[in-house]
Design a protein around this ligand. Structure first.
Ligand code: G1P
Ligand code: ZN
Length: 543
């Protein structure tokens, strides 16, 4: 077998963002573009030599070619064995599960998560470390630095084997094990959740719809919900992974999961509606007449964790990203456990989970997870809800109402302005940063600013500091507005505005969210000059 040392030269901008390197498919299709980045991973992670590497992706357009290239490069870079999902398919949480279960030295995930796919869509690549989680900034930065000086990459001449059937294969000195993408993950779920109780729930006529959005979770949901838990066939909709996600936008929110939302708002809705994203790490939970914000979801799961066998001993702590609402903080306080506030992005939870400081984590961006893997996990969150509903025998809306009665309600919404002119967006943020020193003490109507800063995080475990993580403006009534620019987009800039207000008055817990937040929404524009600087009258997506 021949190993070629191919000449190459650096590409601009191979800098991983919030979650790996994401670019248009056409960018990844340039000769050597993927190869350079993959070689930079091998050069920056010497622990992969002689070790096991897990590889898989969400099945989007370009997944198969990318997997074949990675297999040939792994063989040339002296990786001992690659475990890869059949046809190159693995959800992000399943990659994390396999890395941990088989003690791999790392994993490569091919996905652009919730971004659209297809020839004109997005593609992405992300490196996970031995704990199963996204590589920390120190590693992604080393990879980025390496991409700037790269001059060669190593690849074997031979073609990669056909990986459409599970089994053992060889490519040069590399062992390749093609695995069923679902089996190990489903087995982990069976160990965590009370499948008997959930089976009884379905047997009693409980109805749910799971929208796979033509992305990776269809096969996982079919196997777990329909085959193992006895939900009727047809419970999973859009369950066939397609390279372009059926031309959809595989992001489980109220705008993009339109089919599911219509079902839940239609006549005779099912008892539970759920959806996951492109690579299976996000989740959305709906009930008849109820939308569970991801921030509330984290709080509800934490408050009810002991109903689930895997968490019967209780949870050690909770972590949430800074823009996520404070709903979980109230549960943590009630349970007498710590609650950590981290920057946006799952990678910041890894240290806390590894150190045993927290059991559950969540982000407002439809991400919930726990120490069972080191990624957020969409199907896990849905099973968690099912387990709670099976134990409490209550409708989703009733459960939420009870939760708010006990803890109060954090009215919360995120307004996204997508595809903004990059210069206008940075001007807005720069202007806002300039205003920060003058904001504390300033009054806006009946509210006074108590804190205004650019969030920075000191990791309590490795003591690293991460700065510039979003502008926070907090008011004396506990309400809060956060502004940050997205780090995952591939076109222009996306401004995210997070608005939150706490309400404890039992008579005021059932308001419409946008109405409950109306004056803060107006205030956000007043403070940041969104309309005047971006020229946009309304957000692209409101969740
Ligand atoms: C977005 C979400 C963030 C999440 C990330 C990856 O990042 O806001 O919470 O971790 O996607 O799924 P952003 O585009 O805001 O940088
Ligand atoms: Zn995702």
């Amino acid at each position: 077998m021949g190993v070629a040392d191919r000449k190459t030269s650096p590409f601009e901008g191979q800098q991983p963002g919030t979650s790996g390197l994401r670019k248009k498919v056409t960018v990844f299709q340039q000769p050597n573009y993927l190869e350079n980045f993959v070689q930079a991973i091998f050069d920056s992670a010497p622990e992969l030599k002689g070790a096991l590497l897990v590889v898989g992706g969400d099945g989007r357009f370009h997944n198969e070619q990318a997997v074949a290239t990675i297999l040939r490069m792994a063989a040339a870079n002296n990786v001992a064995k690659v475990m890869v999902g059949r046809k190159g398919l693995l959800s992000t949480p399943a990659v994390s599960c396999l890395i941990r279960k088989y003690q791999a030295a790392g994993g490569i995930v091919l996905s652009a998560s919730h971004n659209p796919g297809g020839p004109d869509g997005d593609f992405g690549i992300k490196f996970n470390i031995a704990n199963g989680g996204p590589a920390p900034t120190s590693v992604t930065e080393a990879i980025f630095q390496r991409t700037k000086t790269i001059s060669r990459y190593r690849i074997v001449d031979e073609d990669a084997p056909d990986i459409s059937t599970p089994g053992s294969y060889r490519l040069g000195n590399l062992d390749i094990e093609v695995v069923d993408p679902v089996a190990d993950y489903a087995e982990l779920m069976e160990r965590i959740f009370d499948f008997t109780a959930i089976r009884a729930l379905f047997a009693g006529g409980f109805r749910m719809v799971f929208d796979g959005m033509h992305a990776i979770t269809g096969p996982y949901a079919r196997e777990i919900l329909e085959n193992r838990l006895g939900a009727p066939a047809g419970t999973v909709i859009n369950g066939e992974p397609l390279p372009d996600f059926g031309q959809g936008h595989p992001d489980p929110n109220l705008v993009y999961a339109a089919e599911l939302v219509a079902l839940m708002r239609g006549e005779n809705p099912p008892d539970l509606g759920a959806a996951s994203d492109g690579d299976g790490d996000r989740n959305m939970i709906l009930g008849p007449g109820a939308f569970v914000t991801p921030s509330d979801s984290l709080a509800v799961l934490a408050a009810n964790a002991t109903l689930v066998p895997g968490y019967r001993q209780g949870i050690k702590g909770i972590a949430r990203s800074m823009p996520t609402s404070g709903a979980a903080d109230r549960v943590a306080e009630h349970l007498g456990i710590p609650c950590y506030e981290t920057p946006t992005g799952w990678k910041f939870f890894g240290n806390l989970l590894d150190a045993g400081k927290v059991t559950m984590c969540g982000e407002e961006s439809f991400g919930t997870g726990s120490d069972h893997v080191r990624e957020k996990d969409g199907v896990w969150a849905v099973l968690f809800w099912l387990n709670i509903l099976a134990a409490r025998r209550q409708p989703v809306a009733g459960l939420l109402a009870d939760h708010w009665t006990q803890y109060g309600r954090n009215y919360y919404s995120r307004h996204d302005y997508e595809g903004l002119d990059t210069i206008a967006a940075s001007r807005l943020m720069l202007r806002l940063k300039g205003e920060l020193p003058g904001l504390p003490g300033k009054s806006f109507g009946r509210r006074k600013v108590t804190l205004a800063d650019d969030f920075s995080y000191l990791d309590p475990i490795d003591h690293s500091t991460t700065t510039g993580q979003g502008i926070r403006v907090r008011f004396d009534d506990g309400s809060r507005i956060v502004f940050r620019l997205s780090g995952t987009g591939t076109e222009g800039a996306t401004l995210r505005v997070y608005i939150e207000r706490y309400e404890a008055d039992p008579d005021k817990l059932g308001q419409d969210t946008q109405e409950a937040l109306a004056d803060l929404i107006a205030l956000a524009d007043n403070i940041a000059g969104i309309r005047s600087i971006t020229g946009r009258e309304t957000p692209t997506v409101i969740t």
